[in-house]
Design a protein around this ligand. Structure first.
Ligand SMILES: O=C1O[C@H](COP(=O)(O)O)[C@@H](O)[C@H](O)[C@H]1O
Length: 223
């Protein structure tokens, strides 16, 4: 794991957007297309604001979330809503967005179709993860009902998980799908998350799911 500390959050968000844009540009040059897998939650909005304005051939970029809360897109809890409002505007609106939510009724009923849409875009070119103070990443929560299956090497691409700490059922990419990404970044802010990250390093992925993704990751942090 590499750890990069920034003098403040504004600098962090601008630098990280620049790093991710540079990696996407390299993939586009080499492969003609790229996939970008992003977190929801409260932290990444300012980075999305900058990334959305970058001059790239966004029409060749496929964007999808690490995980989605099983709520309609107009809910303030929807991670898709965050992406639509903060990333998929301006130049980045030309990207193809693949949701992790559908009108299938339940997350379990939606999984097969959602996974079939994402599978052709693996391995992920550029992965950005968030992390909660409880050391969950994506929707891999400590204590989630099917966490062991989602961490296993043979886990399917997507799973539906439920956890006490998550307000609603979730759909999440599983550990092997995330680990396969060609570039892995983790974005965290604040002293509590830095302390949680340090704690995670001495724990198992079952206790601290972020641990499963740290080996090849660059963690970006500011107070
Ligand atoms: O529930 C979620 O939480 C994590 C962390 O979110 P934050 O609000 O602490 O930044 C996020 O990475 C994940 O995508 C989201 O669904």
């Amino acid at each position: 794991m590499q750890f990069v500390e920034y003098p403040d959050r504004e600098f962090l968000m601008l630098s990280l957007a620049d790093t991710i844009a540079g990696e996407l540009a390299d993939f586009l040059r080499r492969e003609g297309r790229a996939s970008l897998c992003l977190p929801g939650g409260t932290t990444p909005g300012p980075m999305f604001d900058t990334l959305s304005g970058v001059d790239l051939d966004w029409s060749k970029v496929t964007v999808f979330l690490n995980d989605e809360r099983w709520v309609p897109e107009d809910s303030p809890r929807s991670n898709t809503r965050l992406l639509r409002e903060r990333l998929l505007t301006g130049p980045a609106a030309a990207a193809t967005y693949l949701p992790l939510y559908s009108d299938a009724g339940t997350p379990d009923a939606a999984l097969a179709d959602l996974a079939a849409a994402i599978a052709p875009h693996l391995p992920i070119s550029v992965l950005l993860l968030g992390m909660g103070e409880d050391m969950h990443t994506a929707s891999l929560f400590p204590g989630a009902d099917r966490l062991d299956e989602a961490l296993a090497e043979d886990a399917p691409l997507l799973m539906a998980l439920r956890a006490e700490a998550a307000d609603e059922p979730r759909i999440t990419l599983t550990a092997p799908a995330l680990k396969g990404a060609l570039a892995i970044h983790v974005l965290i802010t604040g002293a509590a998350k830095r302390a949680a990250l340090e704690r995670a390093q001495g724990l198992t992925p079952r206790e601290a799911p972020i641990k499963a993704l740290l080996a090849n990751a660059t963690v970006h942090w500011a107070e």
